[in-house]
Design a protein around this ligand. Structure first.
Ligand SMILES: *[C@@H]1O[C@H](CO)[C@@H](O)[C@H](O)[C@H]1NC(C)=O
Length: 488
C-alpha cells in the first residue's frame, strides 16, 4: 500500500525524537525526516570531523543552523623519522621554529578556507553561531568566519556572536549583509583589556548593532565574569532605537560589576517601550573586578524597575532575584505597576520564603492576565499550594523550583529536615505527610493545566510519581505534570 508521505510525516509528528532516530530504515519519508532532524543544527568544533561533515552536507538544505567553535590550529606532529626533524637535530637553529610558524599559518589558512567554503555551500542556513571558549585563539580564524557573513547573510534570521575583542573592528561592514536579521545574541568577553581599549573596540559592536537594529525583534546581551574592566553603560548609551524590538535579554554578573549605573539600560528600555513585550534580566557569578564597584551596583535589576517605568507593551518578565539577601519590597513594588499587563512572570535564583510569597501574591493577586508563573521557593508545603491556588486562580502553567518538601509551614523545622542523622527518614515522612495533607483537598476553581516540579535532588527516593497522583487528584484541570530540570 502506498501511504502518502504527508501522512507518514503526520505520524512522525507524534513520535519522540529518539524514536524517529531509530526508524530511518522504514521508508523514504522516515529517512528524510531523520536526515532533517539530524542535520538541522550542526556543530563544528574540530577540523577533521567538521571537514567530513561539511563535505557530506554540501549543498544540503537540511542544515538550518551552524555553530562553529574555532579550534587552535597547531603544527603537524613531525613524523618519527622525517627529514625536517633530522634537519632540526643536525642544525638546531631557529630555522625550524620559523618553518613551524609558517606551516601553522599555512594550515590555518587551509582549514579556515575549507570551513568557510563549506558553510557557504549550505543553502538553507538561517542561524549562524560563532562561539569562543575564551581560551587561546587565532584571530585569523574569527576573521575568516566573519567574512562568511556577506555570502550567507541574506538568509540569516539569527546570529549569535562571541568573538575576541580584536575581531570587533570588522563587524560594522557586515551589517548591510543581514537584511532579514531578527535575532541577535551577543556575548561580550573582554578579558583583561582595560577600559580605554574596550571603548575603542566596542564602537565596532555598537555600529554593527545600530545598523541592524531596524530589523531586530530580539536582542540578547551577555557578558563573562572574567571581563575585568567592562562597563556596559556607554554601550547602552550609544545603542539606537529599533522599531520592531519586542524582546530584550541581558545577562551579566549579579553584582552589577558590568553596569555601574542602570541609567543607560533604563533609557534603552524606555526608548523601546512601545514595542518591548519581553524583558529578561539574568545573572551569573560576580565579576572579577580589580577595584570594588559602587555599593549600589548590585541592585541593578531592582533599580531597572524602580519608580514604575512605563512599559505599556510589556507582558513577559523574567528576573533573577539578586542579591539573595535583601529586602524584596522595592522590586515587588516595581512589579506592582506591571500587574495589570503581565502574562508571564519568571523569578529565579532566590528561594522565596512563604511570607515573601504572601507579599508577592498580595501584589500580583489581581493580575488579570497572568497565566504563566515560574518561581523558586524555599520548600514546597501544602500552605504554598493553597496560597498559589487561591491567589492566582486564573493561572494555567506553573513551574516550581524547590529542593525540599515539608508537610507544614510553621511546625516544620528545616533543621530537623536537614539534620544529618535523620536524613532519609525525615524527608520521606515529610513527603508522606505532605501528600496526605493534599489528598483531601480539591482546588475546584484553579485553572491550572500544567505543573512542573523538579525531581528529588537528594536522590534517596523519587517523589514525582507520588506528587503527580496527589496533584492530579486535587487540581481538576491538570493535564500535564512534568519534571523540571533543576537549576540548583
Ligand atoms: C477559568 O477558566 C474558565 C473557562 O475558560 C473561565 O471561564 C474562568 O473565568 C477562569 N477562571 C479564572 C479565575 O480566570
Amino acid at each position: 500500500m502506498d501511504i502518502p508521505s504527508d501522512i507518514w510525516r503526520c505520524i512522525a509528528g507524534f513520535l519522540p525524537v529518539a524514536c524517529i532516530f531509530t526508524l530511518y530504515s522504514v521508508n523514504r519519508t522516515f529517512l528524510e525526516i531523520y536526515l532533517e532532524k539530524k542535520y538541522k543544527a550542526v556543530d563544528l568544533a574540530a577540523y577533521k570531523s567538521a571537514k567530513a561533515l561539511l563535505k557530506h552536507l554540501k549543498d544540503s538544505s537540511y542544515v538550518h543552523s551552524v555553530r562553529v567553535q574555532p579550534w587552535v590550529v597547531i603544527a603537524k606532529e613531525p613524523k618519527a623519522c622525517s627529514w625536517k626533524l633530522l634537519n632540526a637535530c643536525v642544525f638546531p637553529t631557529h630555522a625550524f621554529e620559523e618553518n613551524t610558524e609558517a606551516e601553522i599559518l599555512k594550515r590555518l589558512r587551509k582549514q579556515t578556507q575549507r570551513i568557510a567554503d563549506g558553510i557557504k555551500k549550505l543553502p538553507a542556513l538561517q542561524k549562524y553561531h560563532i562561539d569562543w571558549d575564551e581560551g587561546p585563539f587565532q584571530p585569523e580564524f574569527y576573521s575568516a568566519l566573519l567574512d562568511v557573513i556577506p555570502a550567507i547573510g541574506r538568509g540569516l534570521s539569527t546570529l549569535c556572536l562571541k568573538v575576541p575583542l580584536q575581531n570587533m573592528d570588522s563587524l560594522p561592514c557586515l551589517a548591510t549583509h543581514l537584511p532579514k536579521l531578527e535575532n541577535l545574541m551577543l556575548t561580550i568577553h573582554t578579558d583583561a583589556f582595560i577600559a580605554s581599549e574596550i571603548c575603542q573596540k566596542i564602537v565596532g559592536l555598537v555600529v554593527f548593532v545600530n545598523s541592524g537594529i531596524r530589523t531586530l525583534r530580539s536582542l540578547s546581551i551577555s557578558t563573562t565574569p572574567t571581563s575585568m574592566y567592562l562597563d556596559l553603560g556607554p554601550f547602552f548609551d550609544h545603542l539606537g532605537r529599533g522599531k520592531r524590538l519586542t524582546s530584550f535579554t541581558l545577562c551579566i554578573p549579579f553584582d552589577g560589576g558590568h553596569l555601574a549605573d542602570p541609567g543607560p539600560l533604563r533609557r534603552f528600555l524606555m526608548n523601546h517601550r512601545a514595542t518591548l513585550r519581553s524583558i529578561t534580566l539574568g545573572t551569573m557569578r560576580a565579576a572579577a573586578h580589580p577595584a570594588p564597584g559602587a555599593s549600589t551596583a548590585k541592585f541593578w535589576i531592582r533599580d531597572t524597575f524602580k519608580n514604575h517605568p512605563s512599559l505599556p507593551a510589556l507582558e513577559q518578565v523574567s528576573l533573577s532575584l539578586r542579591p539573595l539577601r535583601t529586602d524584596l519590597s522595592p522590586l515587588v513594588q516595581g512589579l506592582a505597576s506591571l500587574r495589570s499587563q503581565l502574562r508571564v512572570l519568571k523569578l529565579s535564583e532566590r528561594p522565596l520564603e512563604c511570607a515573601e510569597l504572601v507579599r508577592l501574591l498580595g501584589v500580583l493577586g489581581d493580575a488579570p492576565l497572568l497565566r504563566v508563573l515560574s518561581l523558586r521557593i524555599r520548600w514546597l508545603s501544602p500552605e504554598v499550594v493553597d496560597l498559589l491556588a487561591v491567589g492566582l486562580p486564573a493561572l494555567s502553567a506553573l513551574d516550581l523550583h524547590f529542593t525540599e518538601v515539608v508537610h507544614q509551614e510553621s511546625a516544620s523545622d528545616v533543621a530537623s529536615v536537614r539534620s544529618e542523622d535523620s536524613y532519609g527518614l525525615s524527608r520521606q515522612s515529610e513527603l508522606m505527610l505532605f501528600c496526605q495533607a493534599l489528598q483531601g483537598k480539591r482546588y475546584a476553581h484553579w485553572n491550572l493545566t500544567r505543573l512542573a516540579v523538579p525531581e528529588n535532588p537528594h536522590g534517596q527516593m523519587r517523589w514525582l510519581d507520588a506528587m503527580e497522583r496527589v496533584f492530579v487528584g486535587c487540581i481538576p484541570g491538570l493535564t500535564s505534570f512534568g519534571e523540571l530540570v533543576s537549576t540548583v
